[in-house]
Design a protein around this ligand. Structure first.
Ligand code: GLA
Length: 344
């Protein structure tokens, strides 16, 4: 054991394929340069784990890892519990210091980035060999089983396997992925609406439950098993189940087409797919809010190839695709019309 260790991990923006990772579909996250760094230092004979974060004022101290506290520190507790249970290590006498330059609660996967950075620092501190796949799965486990938000594997994979200049085209059915270079002549920009959301308190789990019940009624494992929304018997589903099914099926097709558009440098079509995705997330999946819709509309008004909400929705940020030489003017125009808008 060494007496200090650092783990660093990054956030992501999802370009296409929203709410597909728990439906066995394709997603396309891009790793960001903003992230979370966790430092573990020895705190001899304290008999405790002490957790601090530059994002929060309170300090959390505990010598128990059994249950979550509905507190930001739950990701750290869950990670410690994972390591303790799997590797039979008595975790105590440490400080966990988390520092982040990744905005939280705006759909850029700050939770997974924090989780992965904590796990990386713990494995270094306790000299545990953990493969990248296990790291991603461990972070997924902590988020789903300990913290209790039922997302898919996209954020953890983006954090562990992603790159900031290549989209990670991930098949969440088998977790195989390809890395695809971005467009040369246009850029993805992220715009924060200023409206934060907390996944645990949102309707995220309800949306997931609707997808599961729809798949069950259609007698399939995942909604992405359907390749054409017109072939299903809509009478088998209630209205809300039908709407989420429509989003998932059409979004999966958009993600696949988006991959081809990226490979063939068809930025115009990629932008159209982004806008169609937003429309579907707003009208069918119903996870948008007015502020996200407004920014998407403004992006399109000021010459973007397309724009969509990114991540779960319910608040947070928009991702847009814009020609490189229009970026500066575009930014000025958006902020002029929506003064809370913040470019990340
Ligand atoms: C959240 C979840 C992800 C994914 C997105 C929506 O960010 O953590 O797993 O489901 O929402 O695409």
């Amino acid at each position: 054991m060494q007496n200090n260790a650092v783990g660093k991990s990054f956030g992501r923006v999802n370009l296409l394929g929203e709410h597909l990772d728990y439906n066995g579909g394709f997603v396309m996250p891009l790793q960001l340069k903003l992230g979370v760094e966790t430092k573990i230092t020895e705190n001899k004979q304290s008999n405790k784990i002490t957790i601090r974060s530059n994002d929060y004022d309170d300090i959390f101290e505990t010598n128990r890892l059994e249950s979550k506290n509905h507190h930001w520190s739950d990701f750290a507790l869950g990670s410690c519990k994972y390591i303790r249970d799997k590797y039979q290590i008595d975790i105590k006498d440490i400080n966990i210091d988390i520092s982040s330059d990744l905005p939280i609660g705006i759909g850029l996967s700050s939770s997974a980035a924090m989780n992965v950075s904590i796990l990386k620092s713990l494995t270094k501190y306790f000299k545990i060999e953990m493969s990248k796949i296990e790291l991603a799965n461990a972070a997924f486990d902590v988020e789903n089983k300990f913290v209790g938000v039922g997302g898919g594997i996209m954020d953890q994979y983006a954090s562990v396997f992603g790159e900031s200049n290549k989209a990670l085209y991930l098949n969440t059915l088998n977790n195989e992925y390809e890395k695809i270079p971005l467009f040369n002549s246009s850029t993805f920009l992220i715009i924060d609406t200023g409206i934060k959301r907390i996944l645990e308190k949102s309707d995220f789990n309800k949306k997931k439950a609707l997808c599961i019940s729809a798949a069950k009624k259609l007698k399939i494992d995942f909604l992405t098993n359907i390749s054409d929304i017109n072939i299903i018997d809509s009478k088998l589903l209630n209205k809300n189940e039908y709407k989420v099914t429509k989003h998932v099926v059409t979004e999966n097709i958009r993600a696949k087409n988006g991959k081809d558009a990226l490979i063939s440098n068809n930025y115009k079509y990629f932008g159209e797919l982004m806008s169609q995705s937003h429309n579907s997330l707003a009208k069918d999946f119903e996870v948008s809010i007015n502020e996200l819709d407004t920014i998407v509309r403004l992006c399109n008004e000021y010459g973007a190839y397309g724009a969509k909400l990114t991540g779960a929705g319910f608040g947070g940020a928009v991702v847009t695709l814009i020609k490189n030489d229009k970026v500066e003017e575009f930014k000025k125009n958006i902020v002029k019309r929506y003064n809370k808008a913040k470019f990340i």
